[in-house]
Design a protein around this ligand. Sequence first.
Ligand SMILES: Cc1cc2nc3c(=O)[nH]c(=O)nc-3n(C[C@H](O)[C@H](O)[C@H](O)COP(=O)(O)OP(=O)(O)OC[C@H]3O[C@@H](n4cnc5c(N)ncnc54)[C@H](O)[C@@H]3O)c2cc1C
Length: 367
Amino acid sequence: MKRIVIIGGGSAGVMFVNRMRRDFTEDEVELSVIERSDKHYFQPAFTSIAFGLDEGEDVVRPTKDLFYEGVNLITDSATRINPKNNTVTTSKHGAVSYDYLIVATGAKLNFDEPAGMKEGLNKGEGVFTFYTMDGALKLRDAIKNCDGGTIVSMSSENPIKCPAAPINFILMAEDTMRMFGRRNKFKFVLSTPMQSVIPNQPYLEKFNSILDSKEIGVVNNFSPGEVDYKNGVVRSYNGKKINFDLLCIIPPHEGEQVIHDSEELGDAAGWVTCDKYHLLSNYYSNIYAIGDASDVPASKTMTSARIQAKVLTDRMKAVLEGKEPTATYKPEVLCPISPKNKKSVFAHYNYDELKPLYWNLILKGLI
Ligand SMILES: Cc1cc2nc3c(=O)[nH]c(=O)nc-3n(C[C@H](O)[C@H](O)[C@H](O)COP(=O)(O)OP(=O)(O)OC[C@H]3O[C@@H](n4cnc5c(N)ncnc54)[C@H](O)[C@@H]3O)c2cc1C
């Protein structure tokens, strides 16, 4: 019997392990998940929480309730991966041995940069983020009570989870203030560290015209170096400034500490380096990475994680059955689409439809 250990029981880890449990009996494969949190959040809903469109109860569930019977959940932190002896060191459960290891630790938010951001967020007056549950709730109250000024949506650095989220945020903010009848009291600014808000050239012009028509200002190539929350200004590394009354900032992302602390597994930012088609570690033949944790050049989204979990299940099945794995990961590109009536539409989920799908079908590996 083979032992497969998954570090991380977030979206990618749960989808993968449930698919495997469905396809293999407990006599064939032992499946263990090391997950430090007893709560699992449906992160895409953080955006809708910020606008009062979602309440807490459907957004969080106990981690232990997400797995099929026969998955061994170890509620603990993995502190080091030791590929030379095929073990994972944990905080409370000692060393956990594996034949195959799946790293699904997601992305960590770095609150130490830019300077002043953490202090601004803690102060909770003009600086907010919706990339955590707590942050989304604070932002919801700030948006409700904001009666004028400049609202700025800013991503600090790439890559981030769900690259469309800061764009969605500013469009929803503009729409909300219009609905409240307060649109004329606000200015809206979207700031990006990239050369343009979306990299996809064929759609960029159309997309910029949508922002123009809503009078949303765009600042490209803006890498924030300092959030001066007392004076309501963000300064970039190259001397530019953006003033704000309400700043919604997305902190830089990096790989988890356990990747930094394990030899020859990740790059300088802590993303697990692996083959972009096979999801196999560049260094070890029995370690794979899926979801936000990996360095594959795909968007860090639940959608990508879902396809990766499926591809990896197919590959693992082949490996366990002694066959040559053939399943290959082909990243999907997130982009605006212009299907009808000469109108441009930005890819957008209906969360009311997505949430039940997530809890009842996607996490169970059924679609
Ligand atoms: C505001 C927001 C909006 C989003 N919108 C969308 C959207 O519209 N569409 C979309 O497809 N995606 C969206 N996403 C992105 C999506 O949520 C993530 O891409 C997805 O959750 C990635 O899954 P994952 O399993 O890789 O990481 P996660 O779901 O973050 O899970 C990682 C897990 O690993 C655990 N972990 C980490 N380190 C350790 C350790 N050392 N020991 C034990 N456990 C550990 C963590 O506790 C966590 O549970 C959004 C994200 C945010 C924040």
